[in-house]
Each structure stands twice: as structure tokens, then as C-alpha cells.
Ligand binder design. Structure first.
Ligand SMILES: [Zn+2]
Length: 253
């Protein structure tokens, strides 16, 4: 059997012709995908896609890019759906992007969604942009919380601190680029039981591809991580499968 991987973070509603893209991914060995929710509407959309395609699972969340607060009762209701496996996308974005919400509001929303994750015993899928120290501070106050820092871009020092909190680290297409030495270093040092893979499609196109990211191209990312760690693709697939099962128990029921 060819190696099989899970794309743990994708914005599937933004991927052109998503059902065909998912079929193509499954053919390429990406046999599971977790579609993120960034607000109530895309959270519902993620569930609808998961109902439509057996390879798709859903996360429900509230991205810091929102201007309005989360509708917590509605999101909580969505977590009861059997194809929902995580709370995400959540986090803090302290970039100068004009679309991000106010800092204090973002932190309040983040804490609200963390409380929902703890309540429902689900992991969180965390977005960090120019906010690593603040995310670390918030997460360090949450005993029992599990989750993944998605689209790893930070230093080895930050990696150790998130790993110390028990978090997983997920690598995207950036790890395929030799210029991203910091990301590649973390891909080398992360313990085998904390490593995950993702596309963040339609973003995160790997080296050698062009156009919007497609989930099938996660194999390029897997290949790069396998090379960095001196593993075969099969060995890396076994590692990722075990980690997906432990972090997203609902996905492997
Ligand atoms: Zn995302």
C-alpha cells in the first residue's frame, strides 16, 4: 500500500473545485483532510464538506482575523457533529494587517474557544502571527489543553517552549524551501511523537509548484520532512498516522 497522510489544516472552501482537489489528494496518498472553520459560516461549511466527502473532517473555530466576536452557543452546538474533530482555527494575530481584530478582543475570543476545547475535550489548531510570546502565555495557563501550532515558522527556541507545554507542531510547504533553515531545523529536532503535516491550502505552495496550493501537493512537504529526518516516506506516514490518532481521537474512531 502506498504511504498515506492526513492534511491537518486546510481552508477547503477556498480551494478551487474542492471535491476534485480532494479526490486528487486521496489518489496522491493524502487520504484524510481536516477542514478549518474561521467563523460560524466557514465552520458550518467545513461540516457540510465533511458530510459530502468521506476523506474530509471538520474543525470549528473563530480566526483572529474576524472583526466580530464568536457566536459561542452556535459553535458549541456544531461540536456535537460526529465529523468535528478539533477547535480551529483559533489564535492571535498581531501583524499590522488591517483585517485583524483588536488585540484585547482577539485574546478574549481565543480564551473563549480554548474553554470550549477543554469542555468538549477537543484539541485546538492554533494560528500565530507576530504573537508567539502572547500565545505561549495564554496556552501556558491552560492545563489539560492539547493542540497543534499550525504552519510552523518560528525558532527552535520557541519550538521547545511549545513542546514543553505538550503541543504538536505542524509543517507546511515552507519546509520544502532550503532558504527556510529555521523551519527545517525545527523539522529535524521535533520529537517523532509531536510532528504533524498540513497544507494550509490554498496557501503554502511548496518549492517547484506554482499557483494556489492543492492538497495533493502535501506529498512534497512529506518528502522534504522525510529527507530532513532521514526517514522513508512510509516511516514518516506511520509516524504522522500515530500522531493524528493521538491528537485527533475523533478522527480515527
Ligand atoms: Zn489556516
Amino acid at each position: 500500500m502506498p504511504p498515506s497522510f492526513v492534511d491537518t489544516h486546510i481552508h477547503l472552501e477556498e480551494v478551487p473545485d474542492w471535491p476534485a482537489a480532494v479526490d486528487e489528494a486521496v489518489q496522491a496518498g493524502v487520504t484524510g483532510l481536516i477542514a478549518m472553520g474561521t467563523d460560524l459560516s466557514t465552520s458550518r461549511g467545513a461540516i457540510a464538506m465533511a458530510e459530502q466527502h468521506p476523506a474530509v473532517w471538520a474543525a470549528v473555530g473563530h480566526h483572529p482575523m474576524n472583526q466580530a466576536p464568536p457566536d459561542l452557543p452556535a459553535l458549541r452546538e456544531l461540536t456535537r457533529h460526529p465529523r468535528v474533530v478539533a477547535i480551529g482555527e483559533v489564535g492571535l494575530d498581531h501583524s499590522t494587517d488591517e483585517h485583524v481584530g483588536p488585540h484585547e478582543a482577539q485574546e478574549a475570543w481565543f480564551r473563549t474557544l480554548i474553554a470550549l476545547a477543554l469542555d468538549t475535550r477537543m484539541p485546538v489548531c492554533v494560528h500565530i502571527r507576530d504573537s508567539a510570546a502572547d500565545v505561549l502565555r495564554v496556552l501556558s495557563e491552560q492545563p489539560g489543553l492539547t493542540g497543534v501550532i499550525h504552519y510552523w515558522s518560528l525558532s527552535a527556541d520557541f519550538a521547545r517552549r511549545f513542546l514543553d507545554l505538550g503541543f504538536h507542531i505542524s509543517f507546511a510547504g515552507t519546509v520544502t524551501r532550503s532558504s527556510k533553515e529555521q523551519v527545517r531545523e525545527v523539522a529535524r529536532l521535533v520529537p517523532a511523537d509531536r510532528l504533524l503535516l498540513e497544507t494550509d491550502a490554498p496557501w503554502g505552495t511548496p518549492r517547484g509548484r506554482s499557483g494556489p496550493m492543492r492538497p495533493a501537493w502535501m506529498i512534497d512537504t512529506a518528502q522534504a520532512v522525510a529527507e530532513i529526518r532521514g526517514l522513508t516516506l512510509d516511516q514518516l506516514a506511520e509516524i504522522e498516522k500515530a500522531n493524528v490518532s493521538s491528537l485527533f481521537p475523533r478522527l480515527s474512531r
